[in-house]
Design a protein around this ligand. Sequence first.
Ligand SMILES: Nc1nc2c(ncn2[C@@H]2O[C@H](COP(=O)(O)OP(=O)(O)OP(=O)(O)O)[C@@H](O)[C@H]2O)c(=O)[nH]1
Ligand SMILES: [Mg+2]
Length: 325
Amino acid sequence: MTVVGDDDTASTASPGDSLFDRLRRGDAAAVARALSAIETGGPQADVVRGRLQSLDGAARVVGFSGPPGVGKSTLVNAYIDELRSQARSVAVLAVDPSSPVTGGAVLGDRTRMGNHTSDPGVFIRSVASRGHLGGLALSIPSMLDVLDAAGFDDIVLEAVGAGQSEVEISHFADTTVILSAPGLGDDVQAIKAGILEVADVLVVNKADLPGADETRRHLEAMLELRDTVTSPPVLPVVALHGNGIGAMTQAIDQNHAAQDASCGPQRRASEALRQAAIAELTRRIAADPELDRLGAAIHRGDINLADAVGALINRAASPDERNQP
Ligand SMILES: Nc1nc2c(ncn2[C@@H]2O[C@H](COP(=O)(O)OP(=O)(O)OP(=O)(O)O)[C@@H](O)[C@H]2O)c(=O)[nH]1
Ligand SMILES: [Mg+2]
């Protein structure tokens, strides 16, 4: 499979059947079209989603996150090399929650992964969601299901750009790899504690540069603050030259081996549900005039925060109550 853009030859008749059959055979154009349908939303997305239900997927999903310029795309490229040397097929979703699909970062990533674009065992797709209401969180699990149904052995999620996507991606991945590197500058280099919490494997990329040992010690010190029994391994890597990729792949394999293989699709369904429920709850609460009334009551000391939260959530859960005086 190669990089395929949107395929506009969608037939209006029986949108589900033939597309799904071709999808199951791993047809790249069908995969691209199913992904586009999910991204666009609406009835086509529902048809595709419906066919994907009770999928017993076998794909392993690995997420790569880290600050801008840390070397995610370079590392993903090296990881693809490693997987291909094991004859495993791989799909990459480069996820950018903040920029439109034509964003420079995504184009740059495509160039960096360029040596795989003619490999039929590699499928690369950029995902952007600016303007979609909660679109990314809602569409990613289904997009993973599409790639899973298409029979890819491995799916790689790359968080493009900075920010929340790092933590978000971990909800969808079976294994989350968090990257750090020396020389990124204090503000970007600082990996926030919340991000460390979701790491299954930590990579200190650019280990060829001065300061790599310090970065590693810094991460290990932060890990000691983690409230868990086991700590993720901290692995030095030079993504640019492929050094350390074997050890990283082993750590990813070990993390997968410790999991129930069938839990991926189910977890994605739960995560999609969680995100959709949060979005709906947020929408209802924002539209509830009682929000400001309760806010004022808290301010006056007439009600405490916990009770106000309970009242607001109850109202959101049963909108009929809004009509009560
Ligand atoms: N010295 C050194 N440079 C590296 C290494 N890995 C990546 N780089 C360089 O770091 C720069 C950024 O690499 P990218 O792979 O684009 O980083 P990224 O995290 O994908 O960046 P964004 O997608 O913009 O967030 C490039 O110039 C790479 O060549 C490495 O192991 N050592
Ligand atoms: Mg990148």
